[in-house]
Ligand binder design. Structure first.
Ligand code: AMP
Ligand code: GLY
Length: 426
């Protein structure tokens, strides 16, 4: 088979690594890819939003399966374009990817089908949102820009003043562009967060091993929100009781709700859950693998990823036994000092060869590129690598991952030192 992967981050590197393990695959392409993906796939210089070029390339190379990793092309309808051209594609169509593309949509869906989530109101006008804040709001309160905002469109406001400034930033100044056309104002929930990824074939849902992300830039969950500074899988807080509750009230209910609305979902649903004192509640849906959740989950999946993707497309997921290794993985992100605010790019990297031949250790590239000499690897983003290691236990995986962070080097290398600290509290 020939497989084309769409995206350029650590998640797509983890997907490519899984695809490369399949005996069924002869050739992997990635658009646009990065320097690490380039070692196992042929990177093609086509952007993830260049739908016509992706379709033409897939037809020209007779691609057997396209796997879309990123949110923007899914929400924008890449899967619809490829399907119309008869190209087999793994990922939700535009009308189902809306569960990530519009927070107002996903909140309405959850309300209509009684899926547990935070109480909320939706606003189209800044004045109405401000009126609500003045008369009805309890603080802290959460403001969410409706659309995609690179994970930055969520503001937790402790005071009325902060919330007023937030409404102004999102709806008046349009700090997140058209994502701020609508606003969701939501009840603030407390508890532990868990990420649960799942495969869905339109009717059946099978969940993967759970994970926990670390979104803040600095140790002790301080500093600004980032795309994720590291994570671990499984989460010891995702207990059997939590799983039973979610199976009963959240997972299948979401899949059935989408089917009922005429928006059958095929692909990966990512459930961002908050384990509150009143039980698990959905914080958000994503229509794709998480980044870096894919890095700690896919390396532990026993199935051939191509079999799983095809079962989702063909509607035969109920026949498939989804299996994970009975171990753990930890991913520590190596970033450029200053991320996510201001940082340098183009710094040469050394030490990557230390990962060669080391079973259970992975250096997933998040933001790298090949220098013009065709040899040197340069940093090309705020998050540069997701150093990932497996272990028999979470503690062992964490020790292995931190040891491996020493193997690779570049100027201004920065990481959190407390990824997985919560494991000790479990
Ligand atoms: P989201 O993109 O909706 O997952 O929000 C990003 C982050 O904001 C989440 O991972 C949570 O840490 C936080 N968050 C979102 N919604 C809430 C809420 N209702 N209560 C508390 N924290 C929230
Ligand atoms: N790690 C969070 C996300 O992928 O959205």
């Amino acid at each position: 088979m020939k497989v084309l992967i769409i995206g350029s981050g650590g998640r797509e590197h983890a997907i490519a690594m899984s695809v490369a393990k399949s005996d069924r695959v002869d050739q992997i392409y990635c658009a646009p890819g990065n320097a690490g993906i380039g070692q196992i796939a042929e990177c093609v210089p086509i952007g993830a939003m260049e739908f016509d070029k992706i379709r033409d390339f897939a037809q020209e190379k007779a691609i057997d399966l396209v796997i879309v990793g990123m949110d923007d092309p899914l929400v924008g309808g890449l899967v619809d374009v490829l399907e119309e051209a008869g190209i087999r594609t793994f990922g939700p169509r535009k009308n189902a990817a809306i569960i990530e593309g519009s927070k107002a949509f996903s909140k309405e869906l959850m309300k209509k089908y009684q899926i547990p989530t935070a109480a909320y109101e939706t606003f189209d006008e800044a004045e109405d949102a401000l009126e609500y804040l003045h008369t009805k709001a309890k603080f802290p309160i959460v403001l969410k820009a409706d659309g995609l905002a690179l994970g930055k469109g969520v503001l937790i406001c402790n005071t009325l003043q902060e919330a007023e400034d937030g409404v102004c930033a999102i709806m008046t100044e349009r700090k997140f562009g058209s994502a701020g056309n609508r606003l969701v104002i939501e009840e603030f929930l407390t508890g532990r967060e868990v990420s649960v990824l799942s495969f869905v074939d339109g009717k059946t849902i099978k969940i993967m091993s759970s994970a926990q992300d670390h979104k803040r830039a600095q140790d002790g969950d301080k500093g600004p929100n980032t795309g994720g500074m590291g994570n671990f899988s499984p989460s010891p807080f995702y207990t059997k009781e939590v799983d039973e509750f979610c199976q009963k009230h959240i997972y299948q209910a979401t899949v059935d709700a989408l089917a009922e609305e005429g928006r059958p979902f095929c692909g990966v649903i990512f459930f961002g859950l908050m384990l509150t004192a009143d039980g698990p509640k959905v914080l958000e849906y994503n229509a794709r693998f998480g980044d870096p959740e894919a890095q700690v989950v896919l390396c532990r999946m026993k199935n051939d990823i191509i079999d799983v993707c095809e079962a989702c497309i063909d509607g035969t997921l109920s026949d498939l036994d989804l299996m994970f290794e009975d171990n753990a993985a930890v991913c520590v992100v190596l970033a450029s000092e200053g991320y996510p605010v201001k940082y340098e790019k183009g710094l040469p990297v050394s030490g990557l060869e230390n990962f060669e031949g080391k079973d259970g250790y992975y250096c997933f590239h998040a933001g790298t590129k090949l220098a013009e000499d065709g040899n040197t690897i340069l940093t090309n983003g705020g998050r540069v690598f997701g150093v990932t290691a497996k272990g028999a236990t979470l503690q062992e995986a964490r020790a292995n991952a931190y040891a491996a962070t020493e193997w690779v080097d570049f100027a201004n290398k920065y990481m959190r030192h407390d990824i997985g600290k919560a494991i000790d509290e479990a």
